[in-house]
Ligand binder design. Sequence first.
Ligand SMILES: [Zn+2]
Length: 238
Amino acid sequence: MIRVKRAAEPKVLQKNAQRWLKELLEALNELDQSPKEQLKQAKKKFEKIQQKYNHKEVKDALVKMFYGKCAYCESRITVVTYGQIEHFYPKSAYPDKTFAWDNLLLSCDKCNNTQHKGILFPLDSAGQPLLIDPTDAQADPFIHFRFSWDEQISWASVYGLDERGKKVVEIFDLNGSRGRMDLIKGRSAFINRLLCILKIYEQTKASEAFSLLQAACSPEEEYSAFALALVKPYIAQE
Ligand SMILES: [Zn+2]
């Protein structure tokens, strides 16, 4: 995870979010008060309004803002799939945040899946979220996580440094301990190649190697948090 600067609210939300929310809360109220025989219809109406957040303009803005990568695991989504608009505060428990631009992120379908975040949204004892929103200017991922490389087993792991970091690693299974091995294998292979380039650069000072390393630290690149932690310190003074 890296910090991401939130882009301007898409026009479609600027224009409609308030009205959609009003309609949604009315439909929710109707749903709550529906007699059994009208429940199905009321639910359908509610879901139709709820889905309005899933607009192309919103998705495009999020894809651009996150460079096509997942907000949580930093894997490149858009090469193989469209990605999902993810509600940081789950829309099921916080319907008032369904159309709130500052609640929307881009997520891969694994991070957003019920095996991982789903509707989970743990809070601390003060009622504040334990999960981390990468667009939250107050939450620097480098305070909450350590991005590390184990030379012995060629493994790129992310460790939570505090309660919030640990909760993120656990819920999104960022180290594959609950079975998400594709993530850690792919990430480790990627970082291994990067560290090989760093070795070549340190021996040869080749400008091509420097350019590759510099590009890897850019927020556009997959797993750039690892590059920032493991590569940047060695090329920063160049
Ligand atoms: Zn993900």
